[in-house]
Design a protein around this ligand. Structure first.
Ligand code: FCB
Length: 467
């Protein structure tokens, strides 16, 4: 049983982000974000939806706080919307925007829940995009000003800060593949974007520490391990190729102060860089990026299996038909979490690691008894928490776990069709309905342990989340 118990002080959390849950598009003087603009562009969002209302968290946050209290959360990871704080990305702060987060932070602290904010979860003010967005170094400078503004206001109460969420998604999905805002398809620009994100992370780290010397700062990376499809050297090289551009492109600069030479060579070969010199890197940038971090946040959802295609080029192998996948089509592969944590620890030795997101999209209906029996999510969570527990036993300095997500919400290009929440939203009323996994997670947090898999699954106190 000891192997199911977590260490004392292990941080149990849940995560959301502003654009995905807040709504209140125009409330309190909020400016336009690139995701507002992207969602308003026909054909970009699978269900044609937008985030004008989303989960209406902007107005219902006190109800949502009661859900968090019901869960017994130790921490809540949310993001701050830059367009609320600075509607056009620079200049004087918007008081109503800062007041919103100020009140949320205060209320979380009263509830005994650590506020764990992310400064940038993809909602760039559109005004900055109009001036070139993250492809421009000036946006990195603006991010530091925004960071200082937020930390000046909240830093007396917030101890831990995340700078950026998943720079790979911003750079590649947003600027190379065009699936995310701003929807560009320019691989060379994506490399500039990645660099400016990393640079702004380094600058913001210093700005946060200047404002609050005892603050702790970290970056969140979406870690995706790559496995070769076979022992063939070409497949091994395909896995190296993926890992280089997905994981090491971000982790190497932050922890080693250098871009990975093999991945740079891959980009040169692809014609995305003129040569091994990165034209957008200026003297001193890498030292800024490599500022020591207090923790590393990792988001883990799945793995990728890579092979050399018939033309020799690397490509992903889709999961075999009998492999369990979530509604995202992502393979359920908890072993990748344990192995990934060990690998990150071995290669980068962060002071502490926090699983900043982990969870699964499954669509389960409300039953005749009013319950949402999301057994597959529960199995997913159990498997991954077991892997996390094993990583702790392996000696990984894992300090916490944030479940993605508190609520079903706007899943970017998929709109509201992918449901990651512990709570569903009743169509029309947006009433929050706890899924079985919410009751289960509540039990895990209360016990600081995983229940024995053979124990019968009960809801426990069905009034836990009454509103
Ligand atoms: C991550 C994002 C988060 C959510 C999950 C499913 O990449 O950080 O906002 O969309 O995936």
């Amino acid at each position: 049983m000891a192997d199911l118990i977590f260490p004392d002080g292990f941080l149990w959390g849940a995560a959301t982000s502003a654009q995905q849950i807040e709504g209140g598009r125009h409330a309190g003087g909020r400016g336009e974000s690139i995701w507002d603009r992207f969602a308003a562009t026909p054909g970009k969002i699978a269900d044609g939806s937008d985030t004008g209302t989303a989960c209406d968290h902007y107005h219902r946050w006190r109800d949502d706080l009661r859900l968090m209290t019901g869960l017994g959360l130790g921490a809540y990871r949310f993001s701050i919307a830059w367009p609320r704080v600075q509607p056009t990305g620079t200049g004087a702060p918007n008081a109503a925007g800062l007041d919103f987060y100020d009140a949320l932070v205060d209320a979380l602290l009263v509830a005994g829940i650590e506020p764990f904010p992310t400064l940038y979860h993809w909602d760039l003010p559109q005004a900055l995009q109009d001036r070139g967005g993250w492809a421009e170094r000036a946006t990195a400078e603006a991010f530091v000003e925004y960071t200082a503004t937020v930390v000046h206001r909240l830093g007396d109460r917030v101890r831990r800060w995340v700078t950026h969420n998943e720079p790979w998604c911003i750079a590649v999905l947003g600027h190379e593949e065009g699936h995310h805002a701003p929807g560009h398809r320019d691989p060379a620009a994506a490399l500039r974007v990645a660099h400016h994100l990393l640079l702004s992370h380094g600058w913001a780290t210093a700005a946060i520490r200047r404002e609050v010397p005892r603050a702790e700062v970290g970056l969140v990376h979406n870690y995706c391990p790559a496995y070769p499809a076979s022992d063939r050297p070409g497949d091994h090289d395909a896995a190296r190729w993926f890992d280089g551009f997905f994981n090491r492109w971000y982790l190497d600069p932050v922890f080693k102060g250098a871009y990975p030479p093999d991945a740079v060579a891959d980009r040169v070969a692809a014609g995305h860089l003129p040569g091994p010199e990165l034209p957008f890197v200026r003297d001193g940038d890498l030292a800024v990026i490599a500022a020591p971090q207090d923790f590393l946040g990792l988001n883990y959802y799945s793995r990728v299996v890579m092979e050399a295609g018939p033309d020799g080029r690397p490509r992903a192998v889709p999961p075999a038909p009998d492999t369990p996948v979530t509604d995202m089509g992502w393979e359920v592969y908890p072993a990748g979490l344990r192995e990934g944590l060990a690998r990150v620890q071995r290669d980068y030795a962060p002071r502490r690691i926090i699983i900043a997101e982990n969870g699964a999209a499954y669509d389960d209906p409300v039953g005749a008894d009013g319950r949402i029996t999301d057994t597959r999510r529960l199995d997913y969570l159990r498997g991954h928490l077991l892997a996390a527990r094993q990583a702790l036993a392996d000696g990984v300095p894992l300090a916490g776990y944030f479940l993605w997500s508190l609520l079903d919400n706007f899943e970017w290009g998929y709109g509201y069709t992918k449901k990651f929440g512990l709570f569903a939203l009743e169509p029309g009323t947006l009433r929050r309905i706890p899924k079985d996994s919410a009751f289960w997670y509540r039990g895990v947090i209360a016990a600081n342990a995983l229940p024995d898999a053979t124990a019968p699954q009960t809801q426990g106190d069905t009034r836990a989340f009454d509103q």
